[in-house]
Design a protein around this ligand. Structure first.
Ligand SMILES: Cc1cc2nc3c(=O)[nH]c(=O)nc-3n(C[C@H](O)[C@H](O)[C@H](O)COP(=O)(O)OP(=O)(O)OC[C@H]3O[C@@H](n4cnc5c(N)ncnc54)[C@H](O)[C@@H]3O)c2cc1C
Length: 415
Protein backbone atom coordinates (compact mmCIF):
# COMPACT_ATOMS: atom_id res chain seq x y z
CA UNK A 1 0.00 0.00 0.00
CA UNK A 2 1.49 3.38 -1.05
CA UNK A 3 2.23 5.84 1.72
CA UNK A 4 0.28 9.10 1.59
CA UNK A 5 2.67 12.00 1.45
CA UNK A 6 2.41 15.76 1.89
CA UNK A 7 5.00 17.91 0.15
CA UNK A 8 5.35 21.39 1.63
CA UNK A 9 6.41 24.07 -0.86
CA UNK A 10 5.66 24.22 -4.59
CA UNK A 11 8.83 25.80 -5.91
CA UNK A 12 11.00 23.96 -8.45
CA UNK A 13 12.23 21.61 -5.71
CA UNK A 14 8.87 20.73 -4.07
CA UNK A 15 7.05 20.32 -7.39
CA UNK A 16 9.80 18.01 -8.67
CA UNK A 17 9.69 15.89 -5.49
CA UNK A 18 5.90 15.67 -5.72
CA UNK A 19 6.13 14.73 -9.41
CA UNK A 20 8.56 11.87 -8.79
CA UNK A 21 6.55 10.50 -5.86
CA UNK A 22 3.29 10.62 -7.84
CA UNK A 23 5.05 8.91 -10.74
CA UNK A 24 5.82 6.03 -8.38
CA UNK A 25 2.12 5.72 -7.54
CA UNK A 26 2.08 7.55 -4.20
CA UNK A 27 -0.96 9.63 -3.23
CA UNK A 28 0.61 13.11 -2.88
CA UNK A 29 -0.77 16.43 -1.62
CA UNK A 30 1.37 19.45 -2.54
CA UNK A 31 0.78 22.54 -0.38
CA UNK A 32 1.85 26.14 -1.02
CA UNK A 33 0.43 29.52 -0.06
CA UNK A 34 0.91 30.69 -3.66
CA UNK A 35 0.49 29.04 -7.05
CA UNK A 36 3.40 26.75 -8.00
CA UNK A 37 6.65 28.48 -8.94
CA UNK A 38 5.79 31.99 -7.77
CA UNK A 39 8.65 32.67 -5.35
CA UNK A 40 12.40 32.08 -5.80
CA UNK A 41 11.71 29.66 -8.64
CA UNK A 42 9.89 32.46 -10.48
CA UNK A 43 12.43 35.27 -10.43
CA UNK A 44 15.72 33.56 -11.17
CA UNK A 45 17.91 33.74 -14.28
CA UNK A 46 16.30 30.65 -15.80
CA UNK A 47 19.49 28.73 -16.55
CA UNK A 48 19.60 24.95 -16.14
CA UNK A 49 23.25 25.06 -15.27
CA UNK A 50 24.93 21.86 -16.45
CA UNK A 51 28.22 23.80 -16.25
CA UNK A 52 27.88 24.73 -12.55
CA UNK A 53 30.18 22.14 -11.04
CA UNK A 54 31.96 24.82 -8.95
CA UNK A 55 29.57 26.13 -6.27
CA UNK A 56 30.14 29.82 -5.34
CA UNK A 57 32.80 30.00 -2.60
CA UNK A 58 33.06 32.83 -0.06
CA UNK A 59 35.67 35.24 -1.49
CA UNK A 60 39.05 34.93 0.24
CA UNK A 61 41.42 37.00 -1.87
CA UNK A 62 42.26 40.42 -0.53
CA UNK A 63 41.51 42.17 -3.82
CA UNK A 64 37.89 40.92 -3.85
CA UNK A 65 37.40 41.60 -0.13
CA UNK A 66 38.66 45.19 -0.49
CA UNK A 67 36.35 45.66 -3.46
CA UNK A 68 33.31 44.28 -1.59
CA UNK A 69 33.97 46.13 1.68
CA UNK A 70 32.68 49.63 0.66
CA UNK A 71 29.33 47.92 -0.17
CA UNK A 72 28.83 49.66 -3.51
CA UNK A 73 29.58 46.63 -5.73
CA UNK A 74 27.33 44.94 -8.26
CA UNK A 75 28.12 41.28 -7.57
CA UNK A 76 27.98 41.26 -3.74
CA UNK A 77 26.36 43.59 -1.22
CA UNK A 78 25.56 43.12 2.45
CA UNK A 79 23.57 44.57 5.33
CA UNK A 80 26.14 44.79 8.14
CA UNK A 81 23.70 44.11 11.02
CA UNK A 82 22.21 41.12 9.17
CA UNK A 83 25.71 39.71 8.67
CA UNK A 84 26.14 39.76 12.45
CA UNK A 85 22.87 37.82 12.84
CA UNK A 86 24.10 35.18 10.34
CA UNK A 87 27.69 35.22 11.64
CA UNK A 88 27.81 31.48 12.54
CA UNK A 89 26.70 30.10 9.14
CA UNK A 90 28.76 32.72 7.28
CA UNK A 91 31.88 31.85 9.28
CA UNK A 92 31.39 28.19 8.37
CA UNK A 93 30.82 29.15 4.72
CA UNK A 94 34.09 31.08 4.80
CA UNK A 95 35.94 28.07 6.29
CA UNK A 96 34.44 25.67 3.74
CA UNK A 97 35.68 27.91 0.94
CA UNK A 98 39.38 27.33 1.74
CA UNK A 99 40.95 25.15 -0.99
CA UNK A 100 41.34 21.95 1.05
CA UNK A 101 37.64 21.73 1.99
CA UNK A 102 36.37 23.28 -1.23
CA UNK A 103 38.22 20.75 -3.39
CA UNK A 104 36.34 17.95 -1.63
CA UNK A 105 32.99 19.69 -2.12
CA UNK A 106 33.38 20.19 -5.90
CA UNK A 107 33.12 16.53 -7.00
CA UNK A 108 30.21 15.97 -4.58
CA UNK A 109 28.38 18.96 -5.98
CA UNK A 110 29.27 17.92 -9.53
CA UNK A 111 27.65 14.51 -8.95
CA UNK A 112 24.30 16.31 -8.53
CA UNK A 113 24.87 18.77 -11.36
CA UNK A 114 25.61 15.85 -13.71
CA UNK A 115 21.95 14.82 -13.34
CA UNK A 116 20.55 18.30 -14.02
CA UNK A 117 19.62 18.48 -17.71
CA UNK A 118 19.21 14.71 -17.80
CA UNK A 119 16.43 14.89 -15.17
CA UNK A 120 14.76 18.02 -16.58
CA UNK A 121 14.44 16.35 -20.02
CA UNK A 122 11.69 13.79 -19.21
CA UNK A 123 9.80 16.33 -17.11
CA UNK A 124 9.90 18.89 -19.93
CA UNK A 125 8.52 16.22 -22.27
CA UNK A 126 5.80 15.10 -19.82
CA UNK A 127 4.81 18.74 -19.21
CA UNK A 128 4.73 19.65 -22.93
CA UNK A 129 7.04 22.54 -22.05
CA UNK A 130 9.67 22.29 -24.80
CA UNK A 131 8.60 25.70 -26.14
CA UNK A 132 9.97 27.32 -22.94
CA UNK A 133 13.42 25.72 -23.13
CA UNK A 134 16.41 26.37 -25.40
CA UNK A 135 19.29 23.92 -25.58
CA UNK A 136 21.83 26.44 -26.94
CA UNK A 137 23.85 27.21 -23.83
CA UNK A 138 24.70 30.68 -22.55
CA UNK A 139 27.54 33.21 -22.74
CA UNK A 140 29.87 34.33 -19.96
CA UNK A 141 31.43 37.61 -21.13
CA UNK A 142 34.87 38.89 -20.15
CA UNK A 143 36.47 42.32 -20.28
CA UNK A 144 40.09 41.36 -19.47
CA UNK A 145 42.32 38.64 -20.89
CA UNK A 146 43.56 37.71 -17.41
CA UNK A 147 40.06 36.93 -16.11
CA UNK A 148 39.07 35.07 -19.28
CA UNK A 149 42.28 33.00 -19.18
CA UNK A 150 41.65 32.05 -15.55
CA UNK A 151 38.08 31.01 -16.20
CA UNK A 152 39.01 29.13 -19.39
CA UNK A 153 41.52 27.11 -17.39
CA UNK A 154 38.82 26.05 -14.89
CA UNK A 155 36.48 25.33 -17.80
CA UNK A 156 39.05 22.90 -19.21
CA UNK A 157 38.85 20.85 -15.99
CA UNK A 158 35.05 20.96 -16.10
CA UNK A 159 35.16 19.67 -19.68
CA UNK A 160 37.80 17.00 -19.03
CA UNK A 161 36.47 15.62 -15.73
CA UNK A 162 32.79 16.51 -15.47
CA UNK A 163 31.07 16.24 -18.85
CA UNK A 164 30.66 19.99 -19.37
CA UNK A 165 30.83 21.37 -22.92
CA UNK A 166 32.46 24.78 -23.24
CA UNK A 167 34.06 26.82 -26.01
CA UNK A 168 36.23 29.91 -25.72
CA UNK A 169 35.11 32.63 -28.13
CA UNK A 170 37.17 35.58 -29.31
CA UNK A 171 35.43 38.87 -30.02
CA UNK A 172 34.80 38.05 -33.69
CA UNK A 173 33.18 34.71 -32.87
CA UNK A 174 31.17 36.36 -30.10
CA UNK A 175 29.87 39.05 -32.47
CA UNK A 176 28.50 36.35 -34.75
CA UNK A 177 26.46 34.93 -31.86
CA UNK A 178 25.49 38.19 -30.17
CA UNK A 179 26.01 41.49 -32.00
CA UNK A 180 25.79 44.99 -30.45
CA UNK A 181 27.87 44.37 -27.33
CA UNK A 182 30.08 47.07 -25.81
CA UNK A 183 33.61 47.36 -27.21
CA UNK A 184 34.94 46.67 -23.70
CA UNK A 185 34.10 42.96 -24.02
CA UNK A 186 37.06 40.97 -25.37
CA UNK A 187 35.63 37.47 -25.52
CA UNK A 188 33.48 34.88 -23.80
CA UNK A 189 32.98 31.33 -22.71
CA UNK A 190 30.07 29.58 -24.35
CA UNK A 191 28.68 26.97 -21.93
CA UNK A 192 27.22 24.75 -24.58
CA UNK A 193 25.32 21.99 -22.78
CA UNK A 194 23.45 24.19 -20.33
CA UNK A 195 19.85 25.09 -21.12
CA UNK A 196 17.86 28.30 -20.74
CA UNK A 197 14.21 28.87 -19.86
CA UNK A 198 12.27 31.88 -21.15
CA UNK A 199 9.84 31.96 -18.21
CA UNK A 200 11.07 30.01 -15.16
CA UNK A 201 7.79 30.29 -13.23
CA UNK A 202 5.87 28.88 -16.20
CA UNK A 203 8.16 25.84 -16.34
CA UNK A 204 7.41 25.08 -12.67
CA UNK A 205 3.70 25.57 -13.36
CA UNK A 206 3.90 23.16 -16.31
CA UNK A 207 5.67 20.58 -14.10
CA UNK A 208 2.93 21.04 -11.47
CA UNK A 209 0.27 20.31 -14.12
CA UNK A 210 2.18 17.17 -15.12
CA UNK A 211 2.15 16.19 -11.43
CA UNK A 212 -1.65 16.66 -11.35
CA UNK A 213 -1.98 14.60 -14.55
CA UNK A 214 -0.38 11.74 -12.63
CA UNK A 215 -3.06 11.93 -9.97
CA UNK A 216 -1.31 14.37 -7.60
CA UNK A 217 -3.36 17.03 -5.77
CA UNK A 218 -2.29 20.51 -4.83
CA UNK A 219 -3.71 22.88 -2.27
CA UNK A 220 -3.22 26.62 -1.93
CA UNK A 221 -2.97 27.35 1.79
CA UNK A 222 -0.72 29.11 4.28
CA UNK A 223 1.18 26.55 6.31
CA UNK A 224 0.93 27.02 10.08
CA UNK A 225 2.60 23.96 11.63
CA UNK A 226 3.98 20.47 11.06
CA UNK A 227 3.82 17.96 13.92
CA UNK A 228 4.01 14.20 14.48
CA UNK A 229 0.59 12.51 14.81
CA UNK A 230 -0.67 9.04 15.73
CA UNK A 231 -0.33 7.61 12.19
CA UNK A 232 2.38 9.85 10.79
CA UNK A 233 2.18 13.62 10.40
CA UNK A 234 -0.31 16.39 10.93
CA UNK A 235 0.06 19.51 8.79
CA UNK A 236 -2.01 22.48 9.88
CA UNK A 237 -2.78 25.24 7.39
CA UNK A 238 -4.95 28.35 7.47
CA UNK A 239 -7.55 26.28 5.56
CA UNK A 240 -7.57 23.25 7.86
CA UNK A 241 -5.49 20.24 8.90
CA UNK A 242 -4.25 17.27 6.84
CA UNK A 243 -2.66 14.00 7.89
CA UNK A 244 -0.27 11.76 5.99
CA UNK A 245 2.21 8.98 6.61
CA UNK A 246 5.16 11.10 5.41
CA UNK A 247 6.00 14.78 4.96
CA UNK A 248 8.62 16.50 2.82
CA UNK A 249 9.80 20.01 3.73
CA UNK A 250 10.73 21.80 0.49
CA UNK A 251 10.05 25.37 1.52
CA UNK A 252 13.17 26.92 -0.05
CA UNK A 253 14.38 29.91 2.01
CA UNK A 254 11.55 29.37 4.54
CA UNK A 255 12.54 25.76 5.31
CA UNK A 256 14.77 26.44 8.34
CA UNK A 257 11.86 28.02 10.24
CA UNK A 258 9.68 24.93 10.02
CA UNK A 259 12.60 22.52 10.61
CA UNK A 260 13.40 24.48 13.80
CA UNK A 261 9.92 23.86 15.23
CA UNK A 262 10.77 20.13 15.05
CA UNK A 263 14.11 20.53 16.82
CA UNK A 264 16.45 20.91 13.82
CA UNK A 265 18.50 24.09 14.22
CA UNK A 266 20.05 24.36 10.78
CA UNK A 267 22.64 26.96 9.78
CA UNK A 268 20.82 28.20 6.70
CA UNK A 269 21.22 31.74 5.40
CA UNK A 270 20.08 33.52 2.26
CA UNK A 271 21.69 35.41 -0.57
CA UNK A 272 19.00 37.70 -1.86
CA UNK A 273 18.72 38.80 -5.47
CA UNK A 274 16.65 41.20 -7.57
CA UNK A 275 15.37 41.36 -11.10
CA UNK A 276 13.79 43.89 -13.46
CA UNK A 277 12.55 43.53 -17.04
CA UNK A 278 13.48 45.97 -19.82
CA UNK A 279 12.17 46.47 -23.34
CA UNK A 280 14.17 44.96 -26.20
CA UNK A 281 15.88 47.74 -28.19
CA UNK A 282 13.77 48.80 -31.17
CA UNK A 283 15.91 47.58 -34.05
CA UNK A 284 17.78 44.59 -32.59
CA UNK A 285 17.24 41.66 -30.28
CA UNK A 286 19.13 40.21 -27.38
CA UNK A 287 19.48 36.61 -28.53
CA UNK A 288 21.42 34.94 -25.72
CA UNK A 289 21.64 34.69 -21.92
CA UNK A 290 24.67 36.82 -20.97
CA UNK A 291 26.67 37.06 -17.78
CA UNK A 292 28.83 40.17 -17.43
CA UNK A 293 31.27 38.06 -15.43
CA UNK A 294 33.68 40.68 -14.13
CA UNK A 295 30.79 42.91 -13.00
CA UNK A 296 28.45 40.25 -11.59
CA UNK A 297 24.96 40.36 -13.12
CA UNK A 298 23.10 38.66 -15.98
CA UNK A 299 20.88 39.70 -18.87
CA UNK A 300 18.32 37.19 -20.15
CA UNK A 301 15.94 37.40 -23.12
CA UNK A 302 12.80 36.24 -21.29
CA UNK A 303 9.21 36.16 -22.51
CA UNK A 304 8.46 39.16 -20.28
CA UNK A 305 11.32 41.27 -21.70
CA UNK A 306 15.07 41.43 -21.08
CA UNK A 307 15.49 40.35 -17.47
CA UNK A 308 18.42 41.70 -15.47
CA UNK A 309 19.22 39.53 -12.44
CA UNK A 310 21.61 40.71 -9.75
CA UNK A 311 24.32 38.96 -7.76
CA UNK A 312 24.13 38.25 -4.04
CA UNK A 313 22.89 40.49 -1.23
CA UNK A 314 23.73 39.08 2.21
CA UNK A 315 20.71 40.17 4.22
CA UNK A 316 17.95 38.71 6.39
CA UNK A 317 15.15 37.03 4.45
CA UNK A 318 12.59 39.61 5.63
CA UNK A 319 14.73 42.77 5.61
CA UNK A 320 13.28 45.59 3.47
CA UNK A 321 14.54 45.69 -0.13
CA UNK A 322 17.50 47.81 -1.14
CA UNK A 323 17.44 48.52 -4.85
CA UNK A 324 20.93 50.08 -4.98
CA UNK A 325 22.53 46.88 -6.29
CA UNK A 326 20.05 46.60 -9.16
CA UNK A 327 20.42 50.30 -10.01
CA UNK A 328 24.21 49.92 -10.15
CA UNK A 329 23.92 46.81 -12.34
CA UNK A 330 21.49 48.59 -14.66
CA UNK A 331 23.93 51.46 -15.23
CA UNK A 332 26.66 49.02 -16.31
CA UNK A 333 24.21 46.89 -18.33
CA UNK A 334 23.15 49.93 -20.37
CA UNK A 335 26.79 50.36 -21.42
CA UNK A 336 27.09 46.64 -22.25
CA UNK A 337 23.97 46.35 -24.40
CA UNK A 338 21.25 48.87 -25.41
CA UNK A 339 18.41 47.64 -23.15
CA UNK A 340 15.18 49.68 -23.35
CA UNK A 341 13.05 51.22 -20.62
CA UNK A 342 12.01 49.46 -17.40
CA UNK A 343 8.81 47.46 -17.76
CA UNK A 344 7.71 47.23 -14.10
CA UNK A 345 7.24 49.88 -11.40
CA UNK A 346 9.31 47.97 -8.80
CA UNK A 347 12.01 45.27 -8.98
CA UNK A 348 11.30 41.68 -7.96
CA UNK A 349 13.15 40.42 -4.88
CA UNK A 350 13.94 36.80 -3.94
CA UNK A 351 16.32 34.80 -1.78
CA UNK A 352 18.67 31.92 -2.63
CA UNK A 353 18.41 29.34 0.19
CA UNK A 354 22.05 28.66 1.14
CA UNK A 355 23.99 26.23 3.35
CA UNK A 356 27.51 26.79 4.74
CA UNK A 357 29.01 23.98 2.65
CA UNK A 358 27.28 25.06 -0.57
CA UNK A 359 25.46 21.70 -0.93
CA UNK A 360 21.71 21.21 -0.54
CA UNK A 361 20.15 19.13 2.21
CA UNK A 362 18.39 16.12 0.68
CA UNK A 363 17.32 13.10 2.72
CA UNK A 364 15.63 11.80 5.87
CA UNK A 365 15.33 13.79 9.11
CA UNK A 366 17.28 11.68 11.63
CA UNK A 367 15.04 12.21 14.67
CA UNK A 368 11.67 11.63 12.96
CA UNK A 369 10.70 8.64 10.79
CA UNK A 370 8.62 9.81 7.84
CA UNK A 371 10.03 13.36 7.76
CA UNK A 372 12.19 14.30 4.77
CA UNK A 373 14.18 17.40 3.79
CA UNK A 374 14.80 18.90 0.33
CA UNK A 375 16.11 22.46 0.54
CA UNK A 376 19.21 24.67 0.61
CA UNK A 377 19.92 24.60 -3.13
CA UNK A 378 21.51 28.07 -3.14
CA UNK A 379 22.42 29.37 -6.58
CA UNK A 380 21.23 26.27 -8.45
CA UNK A 381 17.81 25.18 -7.16
CA UNK A 382 16.17 25.76 -10.52
CA UNK A 383 18.81 23.51 -12.09
CA UNK A 384 18.68 20.83 -9.39
CA UNK A 385 14.93 20.51 -8.67
CA UNK A 386 14.25 17.48 -10.90
CA UNK A 387 17.47 15.68 -9.83
CA UNK A 388 16.50 16.28 -6.20
CA UNK A 389 12.98 14.99 -6.89
CA UNK A 390 14.28 11.79 -8.38
CA UNK A 391 16.88 11.17 -5.66
CA UNK A 392 14.55 11.87 -2.75
CA UNK A 393 11.80 9.71 -4.26
CA UNK A 394 14.33 6.88 -4.66
CA UNK A 395 15.33 7.20 -0.99
CA UNK A 396 11.72 7.38 0.20
CA UNK A 397 10.78 4.30 -1.82
CA UNK A 398 13.80 2.33 -0.60
CA UNK A 399 15.33 2.23 -4.10
CA UNK A 400 19.10 2.68 -4.44
CA UNK A 401 19.64 6.37 -5.27
CA UNK A 402 21.37 7.19 -8.56
CA UNK A 403 24.34 8.76 -6.71
CA UNK A 404 25.86 8.56 -3.22
CA UNK A 405 23.63 10.76 -1.05
CA UNK A 406 25.92 10.86 2.01
CA UNK A 407 27.29 14.35 1.17
CA UNK A 408 23.75 15.77 1.19
CA UNK A 409 22.44 14.33 4.47
CA UNK A 410 21.34 16.76 7.16
CA UNK A 411 23.48 15.00 9.80
CA UNK A 412 26.46 17.11 8.72
CA UNK A 413 24.74 20.05 10.45
CA UNK A 414 23.01 18.38 13.40
CA UNK A 415 23.51 15.28 15.51
C1 LIG B 1 18.38 36.44 -8.72
C2 LIG B 1 18.43 34.94 -8.71
C3 LIG B 1 18.89 34.26 -9.85
C4 LIG B 1 18.96 32.86 -9.84
N1 LIG B 1 19.31 32.21 -11.00
C5 LIG B 1 19.31 30.84 -11.03
C6 LIG B 1 19.60 30.13 -12.24
O1 LIG B 1 19.80 30.72 -13.32
N2 LIG B 1 19.62 28.77 -12.20
C7 LIG B 1 19.38 28.07 -11.05
O2 LIG B 1 19.45 26.85 -11.06
N3 LIG B 1 19.03 28.71 -9.90
C8 LIG B 1 19.00 30.07 -9.87
N4 LIG B 1 18.68 30.73 -8.71
C9 LIG B 1 18.40 29.93 -7.50
C10 LIG B 1 17.02 29.29 -7.57
O3 LIG B 1 16.05 30.21 -8.00
C11 LIG B 1 16.62 28.71 -6.20
O4 LIG B 1 17.66 27.89 -5.69
C12 LIG B 1 15.37 27.86 -6.32
O5 LIG B 1 14.33 28.58 -6.95
C13 LIG B 1 14.89 27.37 -4.96
O6 LIG B 1 13.73 26.59 -5.19
P1 LIG B 1 12.87 26.06 -4.00
O7 LIG B 1 11.79 25.24 -4.56
O8 LIG B 1 13.79 25.45 -2.99
O9 LIG B 1 12.29 27.41 -3.29
P2 LIG B 1 11.08 28.35 -3.74
O10 LIG B 1 10.97 28.43 -5.21
O11 LIG B 1 11.23 29.63 -2.99
O12 LIG B 1 9.81 27.58 -3.18
C14 LIG B 1 9.48 27.55 -1.82
C15 LIG B 1 7.97 27.62 -1.71
O13 LIG B 1 7.58 27.55 -0.32
C16 LIG B 1 6.40 28.30 -0.20
N5 LIG B 1 6.17 28.67 1.20
C17 LIG B 1 7.04 29.29 2.04
N6 LIG B 1 6.48 29.47 3.24
C18 LIG B 1 5.22 28.96 3.16
C19 LIG B 1 4.14 28.85 4.10
N7 LIG B 1 4.22 29.31 5.35
N8 LIG B 1 2.99 28.26 3.68
C20 LIG B 1 2.88 27.78 2.42
N9 LIG B 1 3.85 27.85 1.50
C21 LIG B 1 5.03 28.44 1.87
C22 LIG B 1 6.63 29.52 -1.07
O14 LIG B 1 5.42 30.15 -1.44
C23 LIG B 1 7.40 28.92 -2.26
O15 LIG B 1 6.56 28.65 -3.37
C24 LIG B 1 18.59 32.13 -8.68
C25 LIG B 1 18.10 32.81 -7.56
C26 LIG B 1 18.02 34.19 -7.57
C27 LIG B 1 17.47 34.90 -6.36
Amino acid sequence: MSRETIVLGAGMVGVSVAYHLAQRGRPVLLIDRRSPGQETSFGNAGIIQREAIYPYPFPHDLKTLLRVLPNRGIDIRYRPMDMVAAAGPLFSYWRNSFPKRYEKIVPEYASLIALSTQEHAPMIAAAGAAHLVREEGWLELYRTAQALDGRAQKARIAVKDYGVLAERLDRRQLDRMQPDLSASVIGALHWQNSWTVASPGDLVLAYAKAFENQGGRWLRAELRSVAPAANGWRVTTAEGAHEAAEVVIALGPWSARFAKTLGYHLPLFVKRGYHMHYAQPETRRLRHWLMDAEKGYLLEPMTAGIRLTTGAELANLDAPPNYGQLDAAERVARELYPIGQRLEPLPWKGARPCTPDMKPIIGPAPKHPGLWFAFGHGHQGFTLGPATGRLLAEMMEGEPPAIDMTPFRVERFCA
